[in-house]
Structure formats: structure tokens, C-alpha cells
Design a protein around this ligand. Structure first.
Ligand code: MIC
Ligand code: SF4
Length: 640
């Protein structure tokens, strides 16, 4: 065992062999949930009838649904707080910060495993933690003490050499990798960073890189745990959590990519995909309407001190709205203590709550047709809440240079490079993290009207019959399937209501057509379901009766979510068959239940054609599908 990933997996494996593409099960030390996925995870945990969480640590964060326009979100918060108290979970209150930033500061432990109901959970890879994003149900099952099943990924080494030049930043490193590998290049892979360049990056910089590994589609991304990690943990008063972790040799990586940090230049991902990357200099001069700095990718103290220094004594361009959301209350408090907050305010910034906010369309939607520069990680069409806005993903340095000039600007134009000194001792105040109750028997869970019961699914039928409800193209995101934003997100605990919005941007008739047809099948292209971990993109279609998705290929988390909710993920044996299918065609797969375990190829009759479909499901996944989803499977099989 030589790589960091294999070492951690080796320490946690409870089933299977650590060989690429085989199914393994690992023990989970910590879990993380956030409010938009957490209410479902809690309801699912409840259905498992376990008295207390069985992990070393579980934290429930409130950071997504913080815009309280009506009681729904606050109802969810009250539910989550009381639930956490009752079941042994720490509760991070709204205002305490974005889950990944707070977890990095206060809880992440090198060498441990973390399962989070958020696709950017691998942020903790910056600390040398094996951190994986999953659907809420998988996290609920892990909280109940069951191991997490996954298909063992190939481990790719990225050798970092040199050090970043002035005005280039960690964000540019991951944008560079996205331009090289694309949004599907990391599917089925773990990316492990190593090499001389690693020590030149601080933990928050490493976390920016592992955070956006999610945009590559990776299972996770991880850095070694070294002296830099130790100093970071020391500055957070947690040095006892530190252990040294590094790969023993490079020969165990299935492939090695080299990135010379010294050659990284300021980059930008243009609309509407994080891999649509070009040098900033190529599009400089484009007029900018809005600049937003924050999100789990770029909201650390270092990022904030950098922008404060760049804005010091200056005013942002009159045509630009600059919004800044520090990643955590700790960051905000330290900005205030150092006086940097005053610099931001004086420059004309709009200071936003320490939360996800505009990253998930919770406020700050730009004007129609706007150019909006963001230090975030996703620029999918419509995610900002403005369907025709163009979102550009950039580093904090590029964001400030552009906010000052009013046009997309290369930060190298700002002149002499800065030296930012981050304090060696962070201000620690965990008073917004509420520990679970000592006497949990006395706690009752508060269920406001927004908390609706879990929908149930039926076991897989013998024959699959229906119509093709929708045919979509490549790289469809979970934001396309189950949009977020201020209007829809508050319905996350109410599946009947939220299901009305499935595919609502692409086809507002989808939900009613699906209901009228009694369900059916969706057809997609490559990397179907990329993006978030939101299981609502499977759960709500399940509620509408969707029985299968036929695609050229799937994104990892979404495929797992489809299986968890009893929806069959099948791929085209011959990709060209995609073109032979029309929306509204009838589809039949006879004896699907039996055939799934007999063969990896199933023949479907679609319209008047015979089309072969392939599956790579494990025996366990087939049993889950046959049971009608993971919850039914776990409830029926106490041996699980
Ligand atoms: C996102 O960035 O899309 C989210 C919102 O954080 C999601 C989770 C969700 O949909 O609740 C994610 O990345 O998993
Ligand atoms: Fe929140 Fe955005 Fe990060 Fe998702 S990507 S966790 S919405 S900050």
C-alpha cells in the first residue's frame, strides 16, 4: 500500500478488495449534512430506527437555505436543530458558515473518512482526509453505523512542482486541471496530489483544489498531511488531530500528471461549464455587471485578507455590484478584528451572510443578460437565478481586479505582488456549534408544516413498460434535473411539492406529463447527472414514476442516487442507438427483474426498434433495485 488514499481505505475497509472497479465497503468516521439535503437524510435516518448516530462525529450544518422569505426554511432549521440534539449530532447554526469551510477549521482530521451529503465534501482532502460526497440516504445509512459501499476508483497522481507565480492562485490550478481533463475526466478516479510543490500551498489553498475536484467528477481528491497541515491544525487549536500521511512511492498511481505551478497563469471558466477554461487575458476588456466573492471554494481567511488588501483605499467601479460572503463566522470575526472588514466596506462591497448564498441562487441574482464574475465552483446555465446571465468562474485576485476596473481584468495589471500574512493563531469560538443533548430522551423533534413524510417506492416490477418522457443531451446537471434557487430550495423537505419542478427549466410540462403517463423513462447523453449530490434529482423523479434512465454514461453520485431510489441506470451498448430514440416512444423491457442478475445486457423494445442496454451493477445494487431502493433494502434486511 503506497498511496495516501489506499492507506486510508486500507485502514477503513470492511468488505471487498482494494482493486480498481471492484465494490468495497468502508467504515465512515465522520458525517456531514447540510440543510438542503439534511432534512431528508434525517427522515431516512429515523426510518432506520437507530437510537443515536454511531459515527465518531456527525455534524448538521445550516448554510444553504438561509434566505428566510416565509417560514419554510426556518421550519427546517428548527427540525434539524432538535433532530441533531436528540440523535447525537452537532448542529452548526445558520450564520456559522459554509459546511466545508467550518469543517476544515473545526473538525476535519487527516487519515479519517468523511461522508457528506454535499458534492463538495472532498474539500477536506486538503487536510489529508478521505472525504466523499454522497446522497443523503447514503449518509443516513452511514450515520446509523453501516459501512459505505463504493466502487473502488483508479488512483491518479498529480505531481505538483515549482510554486505559484504572483497573481496566480490555487483556483487557477484547478481551473487548469479542468481545462486538461474536462468535467467528466475524473469519473471513477481519485486524484492524489504529491511532489515538491505541495509544501508551497497552504491548507485552504489545497482545499480550494480538492473542492473543485467535484467539478472533474472525481470520487475524491486528496493531499498528503505534512508540516503545513500540522501548522494549520495548530492555528485552529487542534494539533492533536494531526498525523503524518504521504505516499510511499509513486509507482502505485495508475497514471501521473504533472503540473508545474510556476507556469500557471490567471484563468477563467466561461459560461456555462467549469471546464470551459481560457486565460483571463484572452477575454479581458469584457464589461462586468456583478462580482461575487465567497462559496466553499474561495472564502478562507487568506482569500478574504487578499481581497481586502487589494481593495484597500480603492473604490469599486460604479457599474459593478460587488458581493462578499466570508466562508465562516471565524473568517468574518477575524476580518473584523484585523480591520480588513472596514477596507471591504469602504471599497463599496456588499457584505453577505457567511453562507452559500448566491452560489446556489439564494439571492443576488444578477440582471438580465448580465456578466457575473464569481469565485465559486459552478457556472451552470440558470443556477444564478437569471436564466440568460453569463457566469464566469475566477480566482479572488481576478475578481477584485475586475471589480475595480469594471471589465474582466488580468490581476497581473494590479502591479506589485502582495505578501499576505495570515495569523498563526485563529480566533476560536464554537458557540454557534450546538452539541447534542446529554439527556436525549427528553428531546422531541420539532416538525413544522414544511416537513412532509418520506415517499415510499414499490419493488421493481417484472416487466418495465412506459414511454420515453424526455430526451436530453450530454453533461446534463442535477441543477437541470432538480433546479435549486430561492423559490425551489425551501421545498426540499416536501417531495410531492418539489417534484413539480423536475426539469422545469428544460421542459415545464415534464412533471405533469410524467404524472399523466404514470411515469416512464428518461434518455440522456454522456456524464448524465453531473454536479451536485442532491438526491432530490432521483427522489423526485421516482415520485413522478420514473423507472429507468438510459444514458451514454453517468456521473458517480447521481448514478448511486438513482440506484438508492430504485431507478435503473442503464447505458447504451452501442452509443449510436441514442440517435434512434424519440421522445414519446414506447419502451418495454420484459422480465427486467430476473434478467438483471442473469446478464449485463438487456434488450429493450423502444418504438419499433430492438436496442441493447448494458448495466454494470453489482449483486448488492441489483438487490437494492429489486427492493425498490436502499431504504426498503436496509429495512427488509437487518443483516445489511
Ligand atoms: C450545490 O453546490 O449544488 C449544492 C447545493 O451544495 C449541492 C447540494 C444540494 O443540492 O443540496 C451539492 O453540491 O451537492
Ligand atoms: Fe454551498 Fe455553493 Fe459550496 Fe454548494 S458549491 S456547498 S451551494 S457554497
Amino acid at each position: 500500500m503506497t498511496t495516501v488514499s489506499e492507506k486510508i481505505i486500507g485502514d477503513h475497509i470492511v468488505e471487498g478488495e482494494c482493486t480498481t472497479k471492484s465494490e468495497i465497503a468502508i467504515f465512515i468516521d465522520q458525517t456531514l449534512t447540510q440543510d438542503a439535503t439534511g432534512t431528508m437524510a434525517c427522515l431516512q435516518f429515523e426510518a432506520l430506527q437507530v437510537e443515536q448516530v454511531k459515527t465518531k462525529l456527525s455534524v448538521s450544518y445550516v448554510d444553504h437555505n438561509t434566505l428566510q422569505s416565509g417560514p419554510n426554511n426556518a421550519d427546517d432549521h428548527a427540525f434539524l436543530r432538535s433532530f441533531a440534539s436528540k440523535y447525537g449530532i452537532y448542529y452548526s447554526k445558520p450564520g456559522n458558515g459554509i459546511c466545508h469551510q467550518v469543517h476544515l477549521e473545526r473538525f476535519g482530521v487527516p487519515g479519517q473518512t468523511l461522508l457528506g451529503s454535499d458534492s463538495h465534501t472532498p474539500t477536506q482532502g486538503g487536510l489529508g482526509m478521505l472525504a466523499i460526497g454522497a446522497g443523503g440516504l447514503d449518509v443516513a445509512v452511514a450515520m446509523a453505523g453501516h459501512p459505505f459501499h463504493l466502487i473502488m476508483s483508479e488512483i491518479i497522481g498529480v505531481e505538483l512542482t515549482g510554486s505559484l507565480p504572483a497573481w496566480s492562485s490555487a483556483k487557477d490550478v484547478i481551473l487548469h486541471l479542468l481545462s486538461e481533463l474536462s468535467v467528466e475526466g475524473g469519473v471513477g478516479k481519485i486524484i492524489e496530489y504529491f511532489g515538491d510543490g505541495v509544501s508551497s500551498l497552504t491548507v485552504p489553498e489545497r482545499a480550494t483544489i480538492t473542492n473543485m475536484g467535484a467539478e472533474l467528477g472525481t470520487t475524491t481528491s486528496i493531499f498528503p498531511s505534512d508540516e503545513v497541515t500540522k501548522s494549520f491544525l495548530k492555528s485552529q487549536g487542534r494539533v492533536e488531530s494531526w498525523t503524518h500521511l504521504s505516499a510511499d512511492s509513486e509507482s502505485d498511481f495508475s497514471q501521473i500528471l504533472e503540473v508545474n505551478l510556476s507556469e500557471i497563469e490567471p484563468l477563467v471558466a466561461k459560461p456555462h461549464s467549469p471546464d470551459n477554461v481560457v486565460p483571463v487575458s484572452e477575454i479581458s476588456g469584457t464589461q462586468v455587471d456583478q462580482v461575487l466573492i465567497g462559496s466553499c471554494t474561495n472564502s478562507s481567511l487568506k482569500d478574504m485578507l487578499t481581497i481586502a488588501e487589494l481593495l484597500k483605499g480603492k473604490k469599486i467601479h460604479p457599474n459593478v455590484s460587488l458581493g462578499i460572503a466570508p466562508g465562516s463566522r471565524q473568517v468574518l470575526e477575524m476580518l473584523s478584528e484585523t480591520g480588513a472588514l472596514t477596507q471591504l466596506i469602504k471599497a463599496g462591497a456588499r457584505i453577505l451572510e457567511s453562507a452559500c448564498g448566491p452560489c446556489i441562487g439564494m439571492g443576488q441574482s444578477p440582471k438580465s443578460g448580465a456578466v457575473s464574475l464569481r469565485t465559486f465552483n459552478r457556472n451552470f446555465k440558470g443556477r444564478s437565478g437569471t436564466p440568460d446571465a453569463g457566469i464566469y468562474l475566477v480566482s479572488p485576485e481576478t475578481a477584485v481586479a475586475s471589480a475595480l476596473s469594471g471589465k474582466i481584468s488580468d490581476p497581473r495589471e494590479l502591479g506589485k505582488p502582495l505578501k499576505i500574512k495570515v495569523s498563526e493563531k485563529f480566533t476560536i469560538d464554537d458557540s454557534m456549534i450546538i452539541p447534542p443533548a446529554k439527556n436525549t430522551g427528553k428531546v422531541s423533534v420539532i416538525r413544522g408544516p414544511n416537513i412532509k413524510p418520506l415517499p415510499e417506492n414499490k419493488p421493481l416490477p417484472h416487466d418495465l413498460n412506459g414511454i420515453i418522457l424526455l430526451k436530453v443531451g450530454d453533461n446534463v446537471t442535477t441543477d437541470d434535473i432538480m433546479p435549486a434557487g430561492a423559490k425551489i430550495l425551501p421545498l426540499r423537505s416536501n417531495i410531492p411539492k418539489i417534484s413539480e419542478f423536475v426539469y422545469s427549466q428544460a421542459d415545464p410540462t415534464f412533471a405533469s406529463r410524467a404524472k399523466d403517463a404514470g411515469g416512464g423513462v428518461i434518455v440522456g447523453g454522456v456524464n448524465y447527472g453531473q454536479g451536485s449530490s442532491r438526491e432530490h434529482a432521483a427522489l423526485a423523479p421516482m415520485y413522478l414514476g420514473v423507472k429507468a434512465v438510459l444514458a451514454k454514461s453517468f456521473a458517480r453520485i447521481h448514478k448511486a442516487n438513482l440506484i438508492n431510489f430504485g431507478i435503473l441506470p442503464l447505458t447504451f451498448t452501442n452509443e449510436g442507438d441514442f440517435d434512434k430514440i424519440e421522445q414519446e416512444d414506447e419502451i418495454t423491457i420484459d422480465d427486467v427483474k430476473e434478467k438483471l442478475s442473469e446478464s449485463t445486457v438487456l434488450t429493450a423494445i423502444i418504438g419499433d426498434k430492438k436496442i441493447d442496454l448494458t448495466h454494470d451493477l453489482t449483486g448488492r445494487q441489483i438487490k437494492i433495485l429489486v427492493a425498490g431502493g436502499l431504504l426498503n433494502y436496509v429495512k427488509n434486511d437487518r443483516e445489511y
